[in-house]
Design a protein around this ligand. Structure first.
Ligand SMILES: [Zn+2]
Ligand SMILES: [Zn+2]
Length: 173
């Protein structure tokens, strides 16, 4: 162990259901005014933290041991952290493109890990297609870790206003 959790006063961040590791780490950093570098250093995960924030999880998938060390720091169990990740066998979309159901985000301001799963093109709950880029400026979304205000990083359009741009899934089932 490279840090003593009891000596560090940290704000605990409660995970959202289905939240991605990237989104969670971004919130944890902001709540504690910590940098990615600091988290990487005290946990010994080093550059892994910045990869996870970008959802670059392959080929270096987070190990159980890494999650256990991170769990001590963030006071969220390693099992719960594992739920913020795909299973190791789950195929993922390329990490450079981040997906969004703006309707979900309106209800719970959070990036869900399942949106990055290969083959998931629509939100089951809203029956709306996921967005892969901002409907206004057409640029891809920034890493969920940076979704502090729920707006397009490039043009400032709010995620709430993007719901109308999500195509509706026809022919249910
Ligand atoms: Zn949705
Ligand atoms: Zn934009």
């Amino acid at each position: 162990m490279q840090f003593e959790p009891h000596r560090i006063e940290l704000e605990r961040v409660e995970p959202f259901p289905g939240e991605s590791i990237s989104h969670f780490l971004g919130r944890f950093e902001r709540a504690n005014v910590w940098t990615t570098y600091q988290i990487g250093r005290v946990t010994g995960i080093k550059a892994g933290v910045s990869r996870w924030k970008k959802l670059y999880l392959s080929p270096l998938f987070p190990t159980k041991q890494e999650l256990e060390v991170l769990a001590e720091l963030v006071e969220v169990s390693a099992d719960r952290l594992a739920e913020m990740l795909p299973s190791e066998s789950q195929a993922m979309k390329p990490p450079g493109t981040i997906y969004l159901c703006a309707a979900c985000y309106t209800e719970m301001p959070c990036h869900l890990i399942q949106w990055q799963f290969k083959g998931v093109n629509a939100c089951d709950r809203h029956r709306l297609y996921l967005l892969s880029k901002c409907p206004k400026c057409k640029k891809t979304f920034s890493a969920p870790a940076d979704w502090e205000e729920g707006i397009c990083f490039h043009c400032g359009k709010s995620f709430f206003e993007m719901v109308v741009h999500q195509g509706r899934v026809k022919n249910a089932k």
